[in-house]
Design a protein around this ligand. Sequence first.
Ligand SMILES: [Zn+2]
Length: 144
Amino acid sequence: MTTMQDSDWDAIEFFKPEEFNQPNKMEYHFINRLDQFRKMIGKPIIIHSSYREGDPKSHGRGEAVDVHIKGISLLCAYVLASESGLFGGIGVYPNWNNPGLHLDMRPQKARWGSYSKASPTVQVPFDSEFIKCLDKLGVENGPC
Ligand SMILES: [Zn+2]
């Protein structure tokens, strides 16, 4: 794993180190993918969580962020993230204060949704049933 060095941030077009809680513990390739995704979609990506000390999963390796994307629906954000091919793991979280996505760079493909605010969250398959529930939750689920 290669972590971001101070000088690496100069080459990142859309994100500043201040947007990450421990910027130099973020994985170099992951930040580059996130920057590429931001460029691709042309919408602001707001980072809510990034590196988490002691997390045995991707956040603890600096290979994940929790975000919301301004100006598009949650469903559209999911579709764009999934179709970009940049992220192995994508979680959809309609119950966050800012409904958003978990994005990570695990090598295998994983997709899930989560309805609950409880921790640990209850994860369910991200499928047509889940999408129907976005409506009931009042979360924007319009097309791109
Ligand atoms: Zn996450």
